[in-house]
Ligand binder design. Structure first.
Ligand code: FE2
Ligand code: FE2
Length: 192
């Protein structure tokens, strides 16, 4: 299995911000799961000639949608509603790093999604550690494990479609970009 480390750990001030306004975090988190599902389906539509991507991304879209359903259930129990989507600074800045030409776009997307999933796994793990109530703590621990699997899925797809040295060089650049971006984002009660 392919693996790599993120270039920086999440600052403890982030988990402080999340715990200070957990309701807002849940609302943002739900939107993230829904967008992850939509992104996976966009891959299914964009790469009809790549069987592995079609198969894996349909499964992923369904799994992210199941996460969305679970977060929405938690929100409804707490009397929370969804709010209109806002642009996300972290994702927006990361998207700007994507090379859009046909030769590189797939590689950059697979690597970016892998890194974003790895960051998600790290952060859901931190949320799971910080929460006290067993049921929701368990939910976030399960989510951390699921997002970790997604990180592995995307990096293995990158190595499947591109030469190892090409993947490694670009991964190194995007990991550095991600670290710079996450350090530039304010601490909010949100996934990023
Ligand atoms: Fe998810
Ligand atoms: Fe995911």
């Amino acid at each position: 299995m392919y693996s790599y480390d993120l270039k920086c750990k999440t600052d403890p001030l982030w988990i402080k911000a999340v715990m200070a306004d957990f309701d807002s975090f849940l609302i943002d988190h739900a939107a993230n799961e829904r967008k992850a599902s939509t992104l996976a389906m966009s891959m299914v539509v964009h790469y009809p000639d790549k069987d592995d991507i079609v198969r894996e991304m349909i499964d992923l879209a369904m799994e992210e949608m199941a996460h969305f359903r679970e977060v929405i259930k938690i929100m409804l129990k707490r009397g929370l509603q969804q709010i209109p989507d806002k642009t996300n600074q972290y994702i927006g800045l990361f998207m700007k790093k994507m090379r859009k030409d046909p030769k590189h776009y797939l590689l950059d997307r697979l690597l970016m999604f892998s890194i974003v999933e790895k960051r998600g796994a790290e952060r859901f793990g931190l949320v799971g550690e910080a929460l006290a109530e067993p049921k929701i703590k368990d939910f976030y621990q399960r989510l951390a494990a699921a997002e970790y699997r997604h990180y592995e899925l995307f990096i293995s797809l990158a190595y499947k479609y591109y030469a190892a040295d090409v993947v490694k060089i670009r991964l190194e650049q995007l990991l550095q970009d991600e670290a710079d971006i996450i350090k530039s984002c304010p601490f909010r009660a949100a996934v990023h």
